[in-house]
Design a protein around this ligand. Structure first.
Ligand code: AP5
Length: 209
């Protein structure tokens, strides 16, 4: 099954995609993670993307589309995948339609006030890439592998506000785009915990299966 996860920053796309990929045994393809890796490795794509990401802006469509196209051609994508954070503009969705057939676009609908609290409390593991909320942590290190945890540069309040504005302007139109194709399913997320919201995501996915 080829799945697109839609939703504002902090909706829980990465958190739920990491669980679902283990359950379905298909890869999670996060364009944000791919760019962060490229930045760490100081590749030309990474250095270019950093200029946009630090301000909470979108990386140009042609850069993202080329990167995803290459990734989807890898053998582990043959039996399906979860696209997390792509597409993010109508132009990206149109480009995706020329290279893949999407079965479900799962919209993780989450109110702004929940998002702000989640992103300011998010910590990411430098070693395994796991994502956690400070409310789930007992110590200072990653509960999964013991690695060092850090706050993403783009999770600072002013940048989060810009990311939310850009989401409304550029990405929210994709809800209509996929609804018209008849493949949209929406999970209305709550301020409950990860388990509660994952159950809502699974129900929305099963409704389309
Ligand atoms: P990206 O990394 O994709 O960021 P994003 O879409 O803004 O999404 P986030 O990773 O912030 O949030 P999420 O929905 O995955 O939430 P998470 O699960 O972490 O992209 C970063 C940047 O890269 C972009 O701004 C852009 O510049 C660039 N980029 C990437 N893709 C691009 C594209 N296609 N085109 C152009 N540019 C692109 O959860 C958030 C927090 O909440 C965590 O702490 C988590 O533990 C916690 N949490 C989640 N669910 C719950 C819950 N139910 N209860 C309690 N806590 C929860």
């Amino acid at each position: 099954m080829n799945i697109v996860f839609l939703g504002p920053p902090g909706a829980g796309k990465g958190t739920h995609a990491q669980r679902l990929m283990k359950e379905l045994n298909i890869p999670q393809i996060s364009t944000g993670d791919m760019f962060r890796r490229a930045i760490r490795e100081q590749t030309p794509t990474g250095m270019d993307a950093k200029r946009y990401m630090d301000k909470g802006e979108l990386v140009p469509d042609e850069v993202v589309v080329a990167m995803v196209k290459e990734r989807l051609a890898e053998p582990d994508c043959a039996n399906g995948y979860i696209l997390d954070g792509f597409p993010r503009t109508v132009a990206q969705a149109e480009a995706l339609d020329t290279i893949a057939k999407i079965d479900v676009a799962l919209n993780i609908d989450t109110p702004d006030e929940i998002i702000i609290s989640r992103l300011s409390g998010r910590r990411v593991c430098a070693a395994c890439g796991g994502t956690f909320h400070v409310s789930m942590l007992k110590g200072e290190n990653c509960p999964a592998c013991g690695g060092e945890l850090f706050l993403r540069d783009d999770d600072k309040p002013a940048t989060v506000k810009n990311r939310l504005d850009i989401y409304q302007e550029k990405t929210a139109p994709l809800i209509d785009y996929y609804e018209k194709k008849g493949i949209l399913s929406t999970a209305k997320c709550t301020d409950g915990g990860v388990e509660e919201n994952y159950a809502l995501v699974k129900a929305a996915l099963n409704a389309m299966a």
